[in-house]
Ligand binder design. Sequence first.
Ligand SMILES: Cc1cc2nc3c(=O)[nH]c(=O)nc-3n(C[C@H](O)[C@H](O)[C@H](O)COP(=O)(O)O)c2cc1C
Length: 174
Amino acid sequence: MSFYDLAERRYSERYFDPQPVEQKKIDRILAAGRLAPTACNLQPQRIYVLQSEEALNKARGMRVSHFNAPLLMLVCYDAETAWRNPGDRWYENYCSGEQDASIVAATMMYEAEELGVHSVWLRGFDSAEVADVFALPASHIPVMMFAMGYPSAVSKPGPWHSQRKPLEETVIVL
Ligand SMILES: Cc1cc2nc3c(=O)[nH]c(=O)nc-3n(C[C@H](O)[C@H](O)[C@H](O)COP(=O)(O)O)c2cc1C
């Protein structure tokens, strides 16, 4: 399957089957994320795999829509490791951590899709609550969370999935 076809097939999954994701696939998803580019190759991503019942229950107790996924991954960056640009006049001491973590997460998302593991990218959470619940080190900054798993019999794309803006609206050719 071409990358374009994979990208076209993917949608945000919100109806997961309870069947767990095989460890081999989890390992492969994480390995793909490892291949993503990061600023100066500093690899500041820190990925928490919430797989145990204890970790999943903690996450399910938070104010985050987890869609009863059998697997959650919290993608953070380490603020002490991420590249900083002290020369940016718009952002004082600009930190690339969000970008680094995001491209790692996107790479993981498409690897998961290729393996038949569906996902939804989640940002509707309170970073302080996440940091507190999982006792994150102060330098681990939560960026996003994945709910992951297999689709269920009622799985379908959400209404926003088909609403892509025309390229003329989002691409500026100079
Ligand atoms: C930065 C970001 C944050 C998102 N946060 C949430 C979220 O908190 N809850 C949710 O259900 N979906 C969330 N989504 C998924 C988007 O709603 C979804 O990707 C978009 O509506 C397009 O639908 P599609 O992924 O099915 O193509 C998020 C996506 C991104 C990229």
